[in-house]
Design a protein around this ligand. Sequence first.
Ligand SMILES: Cc1cc2nc3c(=O)[nH]c(=O)nc-3n(C[C@H](O)[C@H](O)[C@H](O)COP(=O)(O)OP(=O)(O)OC[C@H]3O[C@@H](n4cnc5c(N)ncnc54)[C@H](O)[C@@H]3O)c2cc1C
Length: 428
Amino acid sequence: MKNWSGAIQWNPAALLFPKSTGEVVKIIRAARKSGSRIRLIGSGHSFVPWSETRDLLISLNAMQGIVSVDAEENYITFWAGTKLKLLGKILHQQGLAMENLGDIDRQSIAGAICTGTHGTGLSFGNLSTQVSGLEFVNGKGEVIWCSENENRDLFQFARLSLGALGVITKVQLRLVPSFLLQMERKKEGLEKVLAELEDRVNTNRHFEFYWFPYTQTVQTKTANVSDGPKRGGGVGAYLNDVILENATFGLLCQLAKLLPSLNKGISRLSAKAVSGNRKIGDSHKVFATPRYVRFNEMEYSLPLENYKDAFYYLRKLINTEKFDIHFPIEHRFVAGDAIPLSPANGRNSAYIALHVYRGKACEPYFTEAESILREFGGRPHWGKWHHPDPEFFKSAYPQWLNFLRIRNEMDPEHVFVNKWMGRVVGGK
Ligand SMILES: Cc1cc2nc3c(=O)[nH]c(=O)nc-3n(C[C@H](O)[C@H](O)[C@H](O)COP(=O)(O)OP(=O)(O)OC[C@H]3O[C@@H](n4cnc5c(N)ncnc54)[C@H](O)[C@@H]3O)c2cc1C
């Protein structure tokens, strides 16, 4: 097995594909009896080893699609292994959509909510905030339903749980009528965008930008609801998204890996090559961007009011040219929420994401950047590179100890522990 970036590779004793909640219960009870450990894998798109195990690995790839529909309330319950791409397609057929999504649609819904996957837009929380209920099988083999109305306290932890409480089998989503989205990409100046930032994030449904290191150039992405007609898909979009953005960029990444002295020049060249475009289409398709160039990534959420200072010091660090990097740095904006383990808990947040081409050393760069981001109140994206530090988590998350207590209630024998889980939440 390997994760998407290829940096984490492992051999589980067995990879199991249950087809129902009942089969999941059987696997957990048998593992408990034999003292085996279990980890889960969605699409393997996390950059840290949540799924690494020499014991049992469960995939819910055989548990995808709709379980039930509550048309009156705009709620649909999905099997938790459903991939976001399929989910978007099914919802569209029902005239519904998720109000916001991240950059790609390859993740499973369970994997996405376990790590707090998010998109951009200050009116929207991460994907876990769109969950209205879920079913999971805990470490004792008990099937539990929790929702906004039932087992409410448990639900708050279960909808962003790091996969520590049990196997999520069903996810009920709160949905909106399907809509068209217009996405506009533009090449702009960094200082102008920073000066207008409050206005841009407050007046657009979605706003984000990429800064090209060692330059004053950014690419902005602004998206709002549109009346149509659809435009900008087809061959033109394919040429731009796949050939220009992925294939050409992939070649430049290879070059920069072979000849590190070219990193600065390649970032400047990429900045020069940025062009604008506009696309109108079904929201679930417009949110998703093809990503063929593989990388490792770290992302931190910051209290919105600390964002500009944190970014100033991050730029200073990058401009020292200590690190062989050229990937543009992504900036997104997410509404605060009340989910205990959400990086946006209790605060509107700006997320800063750093990428390093796969196969290149990322640790020195990420480590120094991480200490700056933590100084400004940063909390890591749970699915992306970070140093796990229980003392830090305890100070960053007011409900951390409650989460540990609930984890011990749900999984008293730590059936779901692996090395990484042990470093984050402890374990037997
Ligand atoms: C190219 C790329 C683009 C990305 N874009 C974004 C983005 O725009 N926004 C963002 O926030 N993140 C993004 N990510 C990160 C990604 O969304 C998260 O890492 C997400 O968790 C991956 O989902 P997955 O299905 O691959 O889960 P995995 O990585 O396979 O698993 C994640 C966690 O969920 C657990 N898990 C999986 N299924 C279950 C289950 N049924 N029950 C209990 N636990 C389970 C796993 O054990 C693990 O702990 C991106 C990653 C990549 C590689």
